[in-house]
Design a protein around this ligand. Structure first.
Ligand SMILES: CC/C=C\C/C=C\C/C=C\C/C=C\C/C=C\C/C=C\CCC(=O)O
Ligand SMILES: N[C@@H](Cc1ccccc1)C(=O)O
Ligand SMILES: [Zn+2]
Ligand SMILES: [Zn+2]
Length: 478
């Protein structure tokens, strides 16, 4: 359904049905992956022993992949993995599937079950990485392993790139893999990475779930603010201290939101394409943003997830000062994390920040920064987008709408922007407001059924990607 009737195009040939033994093995494989604490604390501090163990683990649980003659396995940056799956038709441009093996830290406090236990309870597998992002990593490999066991040979070549330092920038993993592929002259038809989801229960008026395919991701700045003053005795304090000056500066930043950029870019596409799903009068309002834009934009500002979709966000994340209770502190430092709206640039945001702080005693130091990512195509000719849409409609028939949108988090895929214009950030997984907060939070978990569905999704997606070219535009059934 949806594919042009061309000679080489075909629906998935191998049905995505798994035996009870395969289903048991796939959930056990995920649990084992969760139990390896591949934590990234900082770019200098990764659990390298766990990362090494993880590399061995995937080779043990997916033996067919690693002994297949048309698959090449390379270890990059010590702990990242690149698989090159050679298809039978070299005339088709290859694509790439991505995931990462590292996770953010998870102290035991607040969890229902220990975060690295991988315990199954009430149909859920619990633990850090079950949603971000060992689910994707294991599901990609699991789907390929099952396909190979059914003697599948792809027509279209593809890469699987598994980064090990995504949570701390991806400089040793994704960035090195990207450089290697560029040196080999590789160009990709498209990339699929983590990012957006199938959203359920995020919009009060919208009862039906909808899928967002992330066609862009926000930029980022990590900015250090610093104030220096001469130290002295606390019994005769100056009128202002480093702490007071810096606190006032960061407070101004927190209280002064960056401009609302509503009406531009991928968010406009999201709302326009989602409009018909809403009941009256929201459908009319969203179909006429030229008139109702200001209303919708103010509405979105009220909730802090949708607020992140309309503007550059400012998060005060670290604050340090003081050496002793009776010493006037010589230096105060704060770290601020900005996530830049696709309609702004690093430079524009820095200029705004300097105007808001408006105090020469505050020094700025940009630690890391990058602009928002270009917008990937989502038209009827966009192969990656259409293959994702087609596979979503097959695996999740109850999801009536698939729309392009922004990814508010950053992903490793940004390191590959030199290899393709088509980067799609999507996890074939439902999220609710509650499960959304478990990402980098507590009680991260995935249902066994949702994980099996993710494997099924990839099992079909890989086969769908063997199609020649662009699937036909989607006709919505009314
Ligand atoms: C009009 C649309 C209204 C509502 C949309 C619903 C929800 C909000 C949209 C986007 C938020 C979704 C996902 C981004 C959050 C994090 C995951 C992204 C990247 C993960 C990177 C990582 O930390 O490893
Ligand atoms: N992916 C993580 C970590 C990260 C942040 C910023 C840049 C690169 C990676 C995030 O979005 O928070
Ligand atoms: Zn993360
Ligand atoms: Zn992630």
């Amino acid at each position: 359904q949806g594919l042009k009737d061309q000679k080489h195009q075909k629906a998935p040939q191998i049905p995505s049905q798994f035996s009870p033994g395969e289903r048991l093995a796939m959930k056990e494989a995920l649990k084992g992956a969760i139990q390896i604490p591949t934590v990234s604390f900082s770019p200098e501090n990764l659990n390298t022993a766990a990362l090494a163990q993880f590399g061995e683990y995937i080779q043990t649980v997916f033996p067919t992949i690693f002994k297949t003659s048309f698959i090449q396995h390379e270890v990059i940056g010590e702990y990242s993995h690149l698989l090159t799956v050679r298809g039978s038709d070299p005339s088709l441009q290859p694509y790439m599937l991505m995931a990462h093996s590292d996770v953010v830290p998870a102290p035991d406090e607040g969890w229902e079950v220990p975060p690295f236990s991988g315990l199954e309870r009430d149909g859920f597998i619990h633990g850090r990485g079950t949603v971000d992002n060992k689910n994707s990593l294991m599901a990609i490999l699991q789907a390929l392993e099952l396909l190979l066991n059914r003697n599948y040979i792809p027509r279209r070549s593809f890469f699987i790139a598994l980064g090990h330092d995504e949570e701390v920038s991806g400089h040793n993993g994704a960035q090195k893999i990207s450089a290697l592929l560029q040196a080999r002259g590789v160009k990709l038809a498209f990339i699929v990475d983590e990012g957006d989801f199938i959203f359920d229960g995020f919009i009060p008026y919208l009862k039906k779930p909808f899928a967002i395919l992330g066609v862009s991701e926000k930029g980022s700045i990590n900015l250090r603010l610093q104030v220096n003053m001469s130290p002295g005795h606390s019994s005769a304090p100056p009128k202002e201290t480093t702490i007071g000056v810096l606190a006032a500066a960061v407070s101004r930043l927190e209280r002064t939101p960056m401009p609302n950029m509503f009406g531009r870019g991928p968010l406009k596409m999201t709302l326009q394409q989602l409009a018909h799903e809403f009941p009256f009068p929201a459908n009319i309002i969203l179909s006429n943003l030229w008139l109702f834009g200001p209303l919708v934009s103010r509405y979105m500002e009220r909730n802090y997830i949708t607020n992140a979709l309309v503007r550059t966000t400012v998060a005060l994340t670290m604050f340090n000062a003081g050496v002793k209770v009776n010493v006037i502190p010589p230096v105060a430092q704060a770290m601020v994390n900005f996530r830049i709206d696709p309609a702004q640039t690093v430079q524009e945001v820095l200029d705004l920040v300097k105007n808001i702080v408006a105090d020469d005693r505050v020094q700025f130091h940009v630690l890391t920064a990058f602009d928002p990512l270009p917008i990937s195509p989502s038209d009827s000719q966009a192969l990656g987008y259409q293959l994702l849409r087609q596979t979503i409609q097959s695996i999740f028939p109850e999801v009536s709408t698939v729309v392009p949108g922004i990814c508010i988090g950053n992903t490793d895929s940004r390191h590959y922007a030199n290899l393709t214009a088509g980067i799609y950030r999507f996890n074939p997984l439902y999220v609710t407001p509650q499960s959304f907060h478990s990402i980098h939070g507590i009680n991260e978990k995935i249902s066994v059924q949702a994980y099996e569905t993710q494997v099924k999704f990839l099992f079909e997606f890989i086969q769908n990607a063997d199609a020649d070219q662009e699937p036909a535009p989607h006709q919505h059934e009314l």
